[in-house]
Ligand binder design. Structure first.
Ligand SMILES: C[S@@+](CC[C@H](N)C(=O)[O-])C[C@H]1O[C@@H](n2cnc3c(N)ncnc32)[C@H](O)[C@@H]1O
Length: 242
């Protein structure tokens, strides 16, 4: 039988944010009501807004399971790097030497997440065939200046799929020799009309980092705030005071 989730003393359930980068996802979960701890292999401590631990996400998670410390958490979010088989890194980019050599971390991440017994979320961009599209979110659902479609696999919990809303126009920039203007910016890469750092910050609602790579990797906090609220609704059913 599943044990009820204890509520920590500060009243906020704890969420472990694996592959956290500068905390786009983390910020949405925090706004939804979670106390967030992030893990990244790169030292992001200068900009990650919450408790940060540097290390390999799978090693840290395996350690938390082995020690039993995972019991302090109510849920886990994971954004394994998407370089393997991702639409953003095949085609031209693969020809440039990216995409083929990267280790796919999704399967081993999922295996460990299952072992925790906790509800979890795995996030990937469109084009990753090996993540279930239980939920797909788009910036237009939240009135953002990016589309940034992201798929979310929900493990050990479910949420109703939101309706995908009609886009207002094009993503600004050059594609296949054609320049289009539009209400959205491309928050990845450089050149060809893609967003500047201030434009990415504005479009995604991320103002605590100005590092181009971190903005390029982030999901808008609005996405994870939506997921976090649904996750809290799910947890509410089984919670008891610690
Ligand atoms: C797609 S980004 C995560 C974006 C984040 N969810 C956000 O919304 O800001 C992936 C992150 O995984 C980190 N990373 C790559 N391999 C890792 C590993 N083995 N363990 C921990 N972090 C890793 C990268 O440094 C990068 O910051």
């Amino acid at each position: 039988m599943t044990q009820p989730t204890p509520i920590p003393r500060d009243g906020r359930p704890r969420l472990l944010d694996l592959f956290c980068c500068a905390g786009g996802a983390a910020t949405g979960y925090q706004r939804a009501g979670f106390a967030v701890t992030g893990v990244d292999i790169v030292d992001r401590s200068a900009r990650y807004p919450f408790t940060f631990r540097q290390g390999d996400a799978l090693t840290v998670l395996a350690g938390l399971i082995a020690s039993g410390e995972i019991a302090a958490y109510s849920a886990i979010h994971a954004s394994p790097p998407c370089q393997d088989k991702c639409a953003l890194t095949v085609g031209t980019n693969q020809a440039m030497g990216w995409g083929g050599d990267h280790v796919d971390l999704v399967a081993p991440t999922r295996e460990l997440l299952e072992a925790t017994g906790l509800p979890y979320v795995i996030e990937q961009p469109d084009g990753k065939a090996d993540v279930r599209k239980d939920i797909t979110l788009c910036g237009e659902m939240f009135g953002l200046g990016v589309l940034r479609h992201r798929n979310f696999e929900l493990g050990r919990w479910t949420a109703a799929k939101p309706r995908h809303v009609k886009h207002r126009g094009y993503v600004r920039g050059w594609r296949h020799g054609v320049y289009r203007d539009g209400p959205y910016v491309a928050a990845y890469g450089k050149g060809g009309g893609k967003a500047t750092v201030p434009e990415m910050q504005q479009a995604m609602g991320i103002h605590w980092t100005d590092v181009h790579e971190e903005l390029t990797e982030a999901i808008p906090p609005a996405f994870s705030q939506w997921l976090g609220r649904a996750l809290l609704d799910h947890l509410d059913a089984g919670q008891v005071a610690a």
